[in-house]
Ligand binder design. Structure first.
Ligand SMILES: Cc1cc2nc3c(=O)[nH]c(=O)nc-3n(C[C@H](O)[C@H](O)[C@H](O)COP(=O)(O)OP(=O)(O)OC[C@H]3O[C@@H](n4cnc5c(N)ncnc54)[C@H](O)[C@@H]3O)c2cc1C
Length: 442
Protein backbone atom coordinates (compact mmCIF):
# COMPACT_ATOMS: atom_id res chain seq x y z
CA UNK A 1 0.00 0.00 0.00
CA UNK A 2 1.42 3.41 -0.85
CA UNK A 3 1.32 5.78 2.09
CA UNK A 4 -0.35 9.23 1.95
CA UNK A 5 2.32 11.83 1.09
CA UNK A 6 2.77 14.55 3.68
CA UNK A 7 3.65 18.19 3.12
CA UNK A 8 4.54 21.27 5.14
CA UNK A 9 3.83 24.68 3.64
CA UNK A 10 5.74 27.54 5.26
CA UNK A 11 3.73 30.77 5.06
CA UNK A 12 -0.03 31.31 4.78
CA UNK A 13 0.10 34.14 2.24
CA UNK A 14 -1.92 33.51 -0.91
CA UNK A 15 1.04 31.65 -2.50
CA UNK A 16 1.28 29.22 0.43
CA UNK A 17 -2.49 28.78 0.63
CA UNK A 18 -2.73 28.12 -3.12
CA UNK A 19 0.05 25.52 -2.80
CA UNK A 20 -1.65 23.84 0.17
CA UNK A 21 -5.01 23.63 -1.62
CA UNK A 22 -3.33 22.14 -4.69
CA UNK A 23 -1.39 19.58 -2.61
CA UNK A 24 -4.54 18.57 -0.77
CA UNK A 25 -6.41 18.18 -4.07
CA UNK A 26 -3.65 15.79 -5.17
CA UNK A 27 -4.08 13.62 -2.10
CA UNK A 28 -1.36 14.93 0.22
CA UNK A 29 -1.79 15.55 3.95
CA UNK A 30 -0.80 19.19 4.44
CA UNK A 31 0.08 21.40 7.38
CA UNK A 32 0.49 25.15 6.80
CA UNK A 33 2.69 27.01 9.29
CA UNK A 34 2.28 30.76 9.64
CA UNK A 35 4.24 33.02 11.96
CA UNK A 36 1.55 35.72 12.16
CA UNK A 37 -1.67 35.34 14.17
CA UNK A 38 -3.77 35.53 10.96
CA UNK A 39 -3.62 34.11 7.44
CA UNK A 40 -3.15 36.18 4.28
CA UNK A 41 0.33 37.73 4.53
CA UNK A 42 0.11 40.73 2.21
CA UNK A 43 -3.59 40.05 1.44
CA UNK A 44 -5.26 41.03 4.70
CA UNK A 45 -8.18 43.31 5.57
CA UNK A 46 -8.62 44.96 8.94
CA UNK A 47 -11.91 46.53 9.96
CA UNK A 48 -11.74 49.70 12.07
CA UNK A 49 -15.03 51.30 13.15
CA UNK A 50 -16.75 49.52 10.26
CA UNK A 51 -14.19 50.77 7.69
CA UNK A 52 -12.08 48.28 5.76
CA UNK A 53 -8.32 48.82 5.70
CA UNK A 54 -6.35 46.77 3.18
CA UNK A 55 -2.96 46.02 4.70
CA UNK A 56 -1.58 44.89 1.34
CA UNK A 57 -3.35 44.19 -1.93
CA UNK A 58 -6.26 46.56 -2.68
CA UNK A 59 -7.58 45.32 -5.99
CA UNK A 60 -7.65 42.42 -8.43
CA UNK A 61 -7.37 43.08 -12.18
CA UNK A 62 -9.45 41.60 -14.98
CA UNK A 63 -6.38 39.79 -16.34
CA UNK A 64 -6.02 37.74 -13.11
CA UNK A 65 -7.54 34.72 -14.86
CA UNK A 66 -6.53 32.14 -12.26
CA UNK A 67 -7.50 34.29 -9.26
CA UNK A 68 -10.94 34.99 -10.72
CA UNK A 69 -11.44 31.27 -11.45
CA UNK A 70 -10.45 30.51 -7.85
CA UNK A 71 -12.99 33.06 -6.63
CA UNK A 72 -15.62 31.06 -8.54
CA UNK A 73 -14.37 27.77 -7.06
CA UNK A 74 -14.56 29.26 -3.56
CA UNK A 75 -18.15 30.40 -4.12
CA UNK A 76 -17.21 34.10 -3.84
CA UNK A 77 -18.43 35.29 -7.27
CA UNK A 78 -21.43 37.00 -5.65
CA UNK A 79 -19.05 38.95 -3.40
CA UNK A 80 -16.93 40.29 -6.27
CA UNK A 81 -17.35 44.07 -6.69
CA UNK A 82 -16.20 45.96 -9.75
CA UNK A 83 -14.42 49.18 -8.77
CA UNK A 84 -16.47 51.72 -10.72
CA UNK A 85 -14.32 54.82 -10.87
CA UNK A 86 -10.99 55.41 -12.48
CA UNK A 87 -7.59 56.58 -11.29
CA UNK A 88 -5.87 59.84 -12.14
CA UNK A 89 -2.36 61.28 -12.30
CA UNK A 90 -1.47 64.70 -10.86
CA UNK A 91 0.26 67.33 -12.99
CA UNK A 92 0.53 71.01 -12.08
CA UNK A 93 -2.34 70.89 -9.59
CA UNK A 94 -4.79 68.97 -11.85
CA UNK A 95 -5.68 65.29 -11.91
CA UNK A 96 -5.78 63.62 -15.33
CA UNK A 97 -7.51 60.32 -15.86
CA UNK A 98 -5.99 57.76 -18.22
CA UNK A 99 -8.53 55.00 -17.75
CA UNK A 100 -10.11 53.63 -19.80
CA UNK A 101 -6.99 53.73 -21.97
CA UNK A 102 -8.89 55.43 -24.84
CA UNK A 103 -8.72 58.62 -22.74
CA UNK A 104 -5.02 58.76 -23.45
CA UNK A 105 -5.85 60.19 -26.87
CA UNK A 106 -7.65 63.14 -25.27
CA UNK A 107 -5.68 63.77 -22.12
CA UNK A 108 -3.77 66.97 -21.50
CA UNK A 109 -1.38 65.07 -19.21
CA UNK A 110 1.21 64.86 -22.01
CA UNK A 111 1.37 66.64 -25.38
CA UNK A 112 0.56 65.16 -28.83
CA UNK A 113 4.23 64.52 -29.70
CA UNK A 114 4.59 62.33 -26.61
CA UNK A 115 1.37 60.46 -27.34
CA UNK A 116 2.68 59.65 -30.81
CA UNK A 117 5.82 58.18 -29.27
CA UNK A 118 3.60 55.65 -27.52
CA UNK A 119 3.03 53.93 -30.86
CA UNK A 120 6.61 52.63 -30.57
CA UNK A 121 5.71 51.00 -27.26
CA UNK A 122 2.54 49.45 -28.73
CA UNK A 123 4.50 48.08 -31.70
CA UNK A 124 7.04 46.53 -29.28
CA UNK A 125 4.23 44.92 -27.33
CA UNK A 126 2.93 43.27 -30.48
CA UNK A 127 6.43 42.18 -31.56
CA UNK A 128 7.31 40.65 -28.19
CA UNK A 129 3.92 39.21 -27.39
CA UNK A 130 5.06 35.52 -27.62
CA UNK A 131 7.46 36.25 -24.71
CA UNK A 132 4.83 37.93 -22.54
CA UNK A 133 3.15 35.15 -20.60
CA UNK A 134 1.80 35.94 -17.11
CA UNK A 135 1.84 32.23 -16.25
CA UNK A 136 5.59 31.92 -17.08
CA UNK A 137 7.33 35.16 -16.21
CA UNK A 138 10.82 33.85 -16.99
CA UNK A 139 9.90 33.55 -20.69
CA UNK A 140 10.38 37.33 -20.92
CA UNK A 141 14.12 37.00 -20.18
CA UNK A 142 15.26 37.88 -23.74
CA UNK A 143 13.84 41.42 -23.28
CA UNK A 144 15.21 41.79 -19.73
CA UNK A 145 17.92 44.01 -21.15
CA UNK A 146 17.24 47.54 -19.92
CA UNK A 147 15.47 49.49 -17.23
CA UNK A 148 12.16 51.24 -17.87
CA UNK A 149 13.92 54.61 -17.55
CA UNK A 150 16.70 53.76 -20.07
CA UNK A 151 14.12 52.27 -22.44
CA UNK A 152 11.80 55.30 -22.18
CA UNK A 153 14.63 57.80 -22.66
CA UNK A 154 15.90 55.94 -25.71
CA UNK A 155 12.58 55.22 -27.45
CA UNK A 156 9.76 57.27 -25.90
CA UNK A 157 10.16 60.60 -24.13
CA UNK A 158 11.04 62.11 -20.78
CA UNK A 159 7.43 63.28 -20.32
CA UNK A 160 6.03 59.80 -20.91
CA UNK A 161 8.55 58.41 -18.45
CA UNK A 162 7.76 60.90 -15.68
CA UNK A 163 4.00 61.32 -16.14
CA UNK A 164 2.70 58.07 -17.66
CA UNK A 165 5.09 55.24 -16.68
CA UNK A 166 6.63 56.31 -13.37
CA UNK A 167 3.41 57.15 -11.46
CA UNK A 168 1.80 53.68 -11.67
CA UNK A 169 5.15 51.95 -11.03
CA UNK A 170 5.50 54.02 -7.87
CA UNK A 171 1.83 54.17 -6.88
CA UNK A 172 1.14 50.43 -7.26
CA UNK A 173 4.51 48.76 -6.70
CA UNK A 174 6.54 51.48 -4.83
CA UNK A 175 9.32 50.99 -7.41
CA UNK A 176 11.37 53.39 -9.50
CA UNK A 177 11.72 53.10 -13.31
CA UNK A 178 15.50 52.99 -12.79
CA UNK A 179 15.16 49.71 -10.90
CA UNK A 180 12.43 48.09 -13.00
CA UNK A 181 13.12 45.90 -16.01
CA UNK A 182 11.36 46.90 -19.20
CA UNK A 183 10.36 43.19 -19.45
CA UNK A 184 8.08 43.70 -16.43
CA UNK A 185 6.56 46.84 -17.96
CA UNK A 186 5.81 44.97 -21.19
CA UNK A 187 4.28 42.00 -19.37
CA UNK A 188 1.94 44.16 -17.32
CA UNK A 189 0.99 46.47 -20.21
CA UNK A 190 0.21 43.58 -22.50
CA UNK A 191 -1.90 41.84 -19.86
CA UNK A 192 -3.77 45.06 -19.07
CA UNK A 193 -4.38 46.13 -22.66
CA UNK A 194 -5.16 42.82 -24.30
CA UNK A 195 -7.89 41.49 -22.04
CA UNK A 196 -11.17 41.32 -24.00
CA UNK A 197 -13.06 43.20 -21.27
CA UNK A 198 -10.39 45.93 -21.11
CA UNK A 199 -8.66 46.68 -17.81
CA UNK A 200 -11.13 46.45 -14.96
CA UNK A 201 -10.41 46.38 -11.25
CA UNK A 202 -12.24 44.35 -8.60
CA UNK A 203 -12.45 43.88 -4.88
CA UNK A 204 -14.49 41.60 -2.62
CA UNK A 205 -17.41 42.59 -0.42
CA UNK A 206 -15.43 42.05 2.79
CA UNK A 207 -12.17 43.28 1.30
CA UNK A 208 -9.47 41.13 -0.28
CA UNK A 209 -8.76 39.45 3.06
CA UNK A 210 -11.95 37.51 2.31
CA UNK A 211 -10.01 35.69 -0.41
CA UNK A 212 -7.24 34.58 1.98
CA UNK A 213 -9.80 33.51 4.59
CA UNK A 214 -11.75 31.46 2.06
CA UNK A 215 -8.58 29.84 0.70
CA UNK A 216 -7.55 28.82 4.23
CA UNK A 217 -10.95 27.35 5.14
CA UNK A 218 -10.68 23.61 5.69
CA UNK A 219 -6.86 23.61 5.67
CA UNK A 220 -4.79 22.65 8.72
CA UNK A 221 -3.16 26.04 9.40
CA UNK A 222 -1.02 26.53 12.52
CA UNK A 223 -1.02 30.25 13.29
CA UNK A 224 1.57 32.08 15.36
CA UNK A 225 4.20 29.39 14.70
CA UNK A 226 7.48 30.43 13.07
CA UNK A 227 9.64 27.91 11.24
CA UNK A 228 13.26 28.65 12.15
CA UNK A 229 15.02 25.92 10.13
CA UNK A 230 14.32 23.25 7.54
CA UNK A 231 16.58 20.21 7.69
CA UNK A 232 16.95 17.34 5.27
CA UNK A 233 16.37 13.91 6.78
CA UNK A 234 18.96 11.24 5.95
CA UNK A 235 16.36 8.79 4.60
CA UNK A 236 14.59 11.46 2.49
CA UNK A 237 12.03 14.09 3.38
CA UNK A 238 12.39 17.10 5.67
CA UNK A 239 12.17 18.28 9.23
CA UNK A 240 10.79 21.78 9.90
CA UNK A 241 11.95 23.17 13.23
CA UNK A 242 9.66 25.64 14.96
CA UNK A 243 10.84 28.54 17.07
CA UNK A 244 10.61 27.65 20.75
CA UNK A 245 9.51 24.07 20.01
CA UNK A 246 11.73 21.12 20.89
CA UNK A 247 10.29 18.73 18.32
CA UNK A 248 10.25 19.44 14.60
CA UNK A 249 7.56 18.50 12.11
CA UNK A 250 8.53 15.83 9.57
CA UNK A 251 7.13 15.62 6.03
CA UNK A 252 7.90 14.21 2.58
CA UNK A 253 7.57 17.63 0.95
CA UNK A 254 8.18 21.25 1.88
CA UNK A 255 6.85 24.27 0.03
CA UNK A 256 8.59 27.41 1.18
CA UNK A 257 6.12 30.25 0.54
CA UNK A 258 7.82 33.02 2.53
CA UNK A 259 9.35 36.14 1.00
CA UNK A 260 12.68 35.42 -0.73
CA UNK A 261 14.70 37.12 2.01
CA UNK A 262 13.65 34.47 4.58
CA UNK A 263 14.89 31.49 2.54
CA UNK A 264 18.69 31.60 3.21
CA UNK A 265 18.09 31.66 6.98
CA UNK A 266 15.76 28.66 6.79
CA UNK A 267 17.91 26.54 4.43
CA UNK A 268 21.56 27.61 4.56
CA UNK A 269 22.45 24.26 2.93
CA UNK A 270 20.82 25.13 -0.41
CA UNK A 271 24.06 25.75 -2.29
CA UNK A 272 25.79 28.99 -3.24
CA UNK A 273 24.03 29.58 -6.56
CA UNK A 274 20.52 29.19 -5.23
CA UNK A 275 21.29 31.13 -2.05
CA UNK A 276 22.64 33.95 -4.22
CA UNK A 277 19.34 34.02 -6.11
CA UNK A 278 17.24 34.43 -2.93
CA UNK A 279 19.66 36.97 -1.44
CA UNK A 280 19.53 38.97 -4.67
CA UNK A 281 15.77 39.62 -4.54
CA UNK A 282 15.15 43.17 -3.26
CA UNK A 283 11.86 44.53 -1.97
CA UNK A 284 10.40 48.00 -2.15
CA UNK A 285 8.98 49.43 1.04
CA UNK A 286 6.16 51.79 1.89
CA UNK A 287 4.01 53.09 4.73
CA UNK A 288 0.23 53.16 4.65
CA UNK A 289 -1.63 55.90 6.49
CA UNK A 290 -5.33 55.04 6.80
CA UNK A 291 -7.64 57.84 7.93
CA UNK A 292 -11.29 57.12 8.64
CA UNK A 293 -13.62 60.10 8.18
CA UNK A 294 -17.16 61.01 9.05
CA UNK A 295 -18.63 62.22 5.76
CA UNK A 296 -17.52 61.18 2.32
CA UNK A 297 -14.37 62.31 0.53
CA UNK A 298 -14.56 63.57 -3.09
CA UNK A 299 -15.65 60.66 -5.27
CA UNK A 300 -14.47 61.64 -8.77
CA UNK A 301 -11.58 59.12 -8.67
CA UNK A 302 -10.80 55.90 -6.83
CA UNK A 303 -7.01 56.23 -7.04
CA UNK A 304 -4.75 59.28 -7.11
CA UNK A 305 -1.20 58.87 -8.38
CA UNK A 306 1.51 61.38 -7.52
CA UNK A 307 4.44 61.55 -9.99
CA UNK A 308 7.84 62.02 -8.35
CA UNK A 309 8.16 65.33 -10.22
CA UNK A 310 5.19 66.54 -8.17
CA UNK A 311 5.99 64.92 -4.82
CA UNK A 312 9.16 63.54 -3.29
CA UNK A 313 7.10 61.68 -0.66
CA UNK A 314 3.68 60.44 -1.70
CA UNK A 315 3.10 57.63 -4.20
CA UNK A 316 -0.67 57.21 -4.19
CA UNK A 317 -3.97 57.64 -2.38
CA UNK A 318 -7.18 55.64 -2.66
CA UNK A 319 -10.67 56.63 -1.61
CA UNK A 320 -12.28 53.56 -0.12
CA UNK A 321 -15.97 54.47 -0.33
CA UNK A 322 -15.54 54.89 -4.11
CA UNK A 323 -14.08 51.41 -4.33
CA UNK A 324 -17.03 49.50 -2.97
CA UNK A 325 -20.25 50.26 -1.09
CA UNK A 326 -19.16 47.86 1.64
CA UNK A 327 -15.70 49.38 2.20
CA UNK A 328 -17.11 51.93 4.67
CA UNK A 329 -20.44 52.37 6.50
CA UNK A 330 -22.92 54.92 5.07
CA UNK A 331 -21.69 58.48 5.65
CA UNK A 332 -18.16 57.27 6.41
CA UNK A 333 -15.03 56.97 4.26
CA UNK A 334 -11.37 56.01 4.51
CA UNK A 335 -8.42 57.61 2.77
CA UNK A 336 -5.47 55.24 2.26
CA UNK A 337 -2.26 57.18 1.64
CA UNK A 338 0.97 55.45 0.56
CA UNK A 339 4.52 56.74 0.86
CA UNK A 340 6.78 56.24 -2.18
CA UNK A 341 9.46 53.52 -2.03
CA UNK A 342 12.49 55.88 -2.09
CA UNK A 343 10.86 58.16 0.51
CA UNK A 344 10.20 55.23 2.83
CA UNK A 345 13.78 54.01 2.43
CA UNK A 346 15.02 57.46 3.51
CA UNK A 347 12.50 57.94 6.35
CA UNK A 348 12.75 54.50 7.96
CA UNK A 349 14.07 56.01 11.20
CA UNK A 350 11.21 58.55 11.46
CA UNK A 351 8.72 57.85 14.25
CA UNK A 352 5.04 57.28 13.44
CA UNK A 353 3.93 60.75 14.46
CA UNK A 354 6.49 62.50 12.29
CA UNK A 355 5.73 60.23 9.32
CA UNK A 356 1.97 60.83 9.68
CA UNK A 357 2.47 64.60 9.90
CA UNK A 358 4.69 64.62 6.84
CA UNK A 359 2.29 62.55 4.71
CA UNK A 360 -0.72 64.70 5.59
CA UNK A 361 1.15 67.97 5.04
CA UNK A 362 2.20 66.74 1.60
CA UNK A 363 -1.39 65.73 0.74
CA UNK A 364 -2.62 69.15 1.83
CA UNK A 365 -0.07 70.80 -0.46
CA UNK A 366 -0.86 68.60 -3.46
CA UNK A 367 -4.57 67.88 -3.21
CA UNK A 368 -6.22 69.89 -0.40
CA UNK A 369 -9.75 68.71 -1.35
CA UNK A 370 -8.81 65.21 -0.17
CA UNK A 371 -7.39 66.31 3.19
CA UNK A 372 -9.21 64.11 5.73
CA UNK A 373 -7.86 65.77 8.89
CA UNK A 374 -10.84 67.92 9.88
CA UNK A 375 -13.24 64.96 9.68
CA UNK A 376 -10.90 62.24 10.97
CA UNK A 377 -12.39 59.64 13.32
CA UNK A 378 -9.34 57.38 13.36
CA UNK A 379 -5.84 57.35 11.98
CA UNK A 380 -3.52 54.33 11.69
CA UNK A 381 -0.03 54.02 10.27
CA UNK A 382 1.30 50.67 9.03
CA UNK A 383 4.81 50.08 7.75
CA UNK A 384 5.51 47.56 4.96
CA UNK A 385 9.27 46.94 4.99
CA UNK A 386 8.90 44.25 2.30
CA UNK A 387 6.11 45.52 0.07
CA UNK A 388 6.80 44.26 -3.47
CA UNK A 389 9.74 42.28 -4.86
CA UNK A 390 11.62 44.32 -7.45
CA UNK A 391 11.67 42.92 -10.96
CA UNK A 392 14.85 44.78 -11.78
CA UNK A 393 17.08 44.26 -14.81
CA UNK A 394 18.48 40.74 -14.55
CA UNK A 395 15.65 39.29 -12.44
CA UNK A 396 14.07 37.52 -15.42
CA UNK A 397 17.45 36.07 -16.42
CA UNK A 398 17.94 34.85 -12.85
CA UNK A 399 14.43 33.34 -12.83
CA UNK A 400 15.23 31.49 -16.04
CA UNK A 401 18.50 30.14 -14.58
CA UNK A 402 16.67 29.05 -11.42
CA UNK A 403 14.04 27.23 -13.52
CA UNK A 404 16.76 25.56 -15.66
CA UNK A 405 18.72 24.41 -12.62
CA UNK A 406 15.78 23.36 -10.46
CA UNK A 407 17.30 20.09 -9.31
CA UNK A 408 17.26 20.72 -5.56
CA UNK A 409 16.31 17.96 -3.16
CA UNK A 410 13.24 15.98 -4.26
CA UNK A 411 10.05 17.30 -2.69
CA UNK A 412 11.26 20.87 -2.04
CA UNK A 413 9.73 23.78 -3.97
CA UNK A 414 9.44 27.55 -3.59
CA UNK A 415 6.46 29.84 -4.08
CA UNK A 416 5.85 33.57 -3.86
CA UNK A 417 5.26 36.71 -5.88
CA UNK A 418 9.01 37.15 -6.42
CA UNK A 419 8.76 34.04 -8.65
CA UNK A 420 5.31 34.26 -10.23
CA UNK A 421 4.80 38.02 -10.58
CA UNK A 422 4.43 40.97 -8.18
CA UNK A 423 0.69 40.69 -7.53
CA UNK A 424 -1.93 38.34 -6.17
CA UNK A 425 -2.23 36.47 -9.49
CA UNK A 426 1.53 35.82 -9.62
CA UNK A 427 1.62 34.58 -6.03
CA UNK A 428 -1.30 32.20 -6.59
CA UNK A 429 0.12 30.85 -9.85
CA UNK A 430 3.52 30.30 -8.23
CA UNK A 431 1.92 28.44 -5.30
CA UNK A 432 -0.01 26.08 -7.53
CA UNK A 433 3.03 25.47 -9.75
CA UNK A 434 5.21 24.73 -6.68
CA UNK A 435 2.74 22.11 -5.45
CA UNK A 436 2.75 20.35 -8.81
CA UNK A 437 6.58 20.43 -8.91
CA UNK A 438 6.94 19.08 -5.37
CA UNK A 439 4.51 16.21 -6.03
CA UNK A 440 6.34 15.36 -9.26
CA UNK A 441 9.78 15.37 -7.64
CA UNK A 442 8.75 13.51 -4.50
C1 LIG B 1 1.03 47.82 0.18
C2 LIG B 1 0.81 46.73 -0.83
C3 LIG B 1 -0.15 46.90 -1.83
C4 LIG B 1 -0.38 45.89 -2.77
N1 LIG B 1 -1.37 46.05 -3.70
C5 LIG B 1 -1.69 45.04 -4.54
C6 LIG B 1 -2.85 45.11 -5.36
O1 LIG B 1 -3.60 46.09 -5.32
N2 LIG B 1 -3.13 44.06 -6.18
C7 LIG B 1 -2.34 42.94 -6.21
O2 LIG B 1 -2.65 42.02 -6.97
N3 LIG B 1 -1.24 42.83 -5.42
C8 LIG B 1 -0.92 43.83 -4.57
N4 LIG B 1 0.13 43.71 -3.70
C9 LIG B 1 1.00 42.54 -3.83
C10 LIG B 1 0.39 41.29 -3.20
O3 LIG B 1 -0.15 41.61 -1.95
C11 LIG B 1 1.49 40.24 -3.07
O4 LIG B 1 2.10 40.06 -4.34
C12 LIG B 1 1.02 38.88 -2.58
O5 LIG B 1 0.12 39.02 -1.54
C13 LIG B 1 2.24 38.07 -2.15
O6 LIG B 1 1.81 36.85 -1.59
P1 LIG B 1 2.87 35.76 -1.08
O7 LIG B 1 2.08 34.62 -0.58
O8 LIG B 1 3.87 35.52 -2.16
O9 LIG B 1 3.68 36.45 0.10
P2 LIG B 1 3.18 36.93 1.62
O10 LIG B 1 1.81 37.40 1.47
O11 LIG B 1 4.24 37.84 2.04
O12 LIG B 1 3.20 35.56 2.40
C14 LIG B 1 4.33 35.05 3.06
C15 LIG B 1 3.85 34.52 4.41
O13 LIG B 1 4.91 33.78 5.01
C16 LIG B 1 4.90 34.03 6.41
N5 LIG B 1 6.23 33.68 6.92
C17 LIG B 1 7.42 34.26 6.61
N6 LIG B 1 8.43 33.63 7.24
C18 LIG B 1 7.86 32.62 7.97
C19 LIG B 1 8.41 31.61 8.82
N7 LIG B 1 9.71 31.52 9.06
N8 LIG B 1 7.54 30.72 9.40
C20 LIG B 1 6.20 30.79 9.16
N9 LIG B 1 5.64 31.76 8.36
C21 LIG B 1 6.46 32.64 7.76
C22 LIG B 1 4.56 35.52 6.47
O14 LIG B 1 4.09 35.89 7.75
C23 LIG B 1 3.50 35.64 5.39
O15 LIG B 1 2.20 35.44 5.90
C24 LIG B 1 0.38 44.69 -2.73
C25 LIG B 1 1.34 44.52 -1.72
C26 LIG B 1 1.52 45.51 -0.77
C27 LIG B 1 2.51 45.29 0.34
Amino acid sequence: MSKTPTAIVIGAGVAGLAAARQLRARGARVIVIESEPTVGGRVRTLVEQGCQIELGAEFLASFYTRTLALIDELGLRGDLRRIPSSSAILRDGRFHSLWPSARLALTALVGPRHKLALSYLLASLVRHSPLLDLAAFQKAHPIDDSSVSDYARAHLSEDLLEYVLQPPLSGIFYWTPERTSRALLMLVLRAGLSHPAGLQLFTLRQGLGQLSQAMAAGLDVRLGARVCAVERRPGGGFLARLEGGAQGLAADMVICATTASAVPGLMPWLGDERLAFFRGVRYSSTALLATGTCGRLPSDFYGLLFPRRESAFLASATIQAVKSDSAAPPGRDTLALHLSGPAMAGLRQCDDEALTGLMLAELRRLAPRYDPTARAVFQRLYRCPEALPEFDVGHFQRLQRLADGEHGPAGLAFAGDYLGGPFVEGAILSGEAAAVRAMRMK
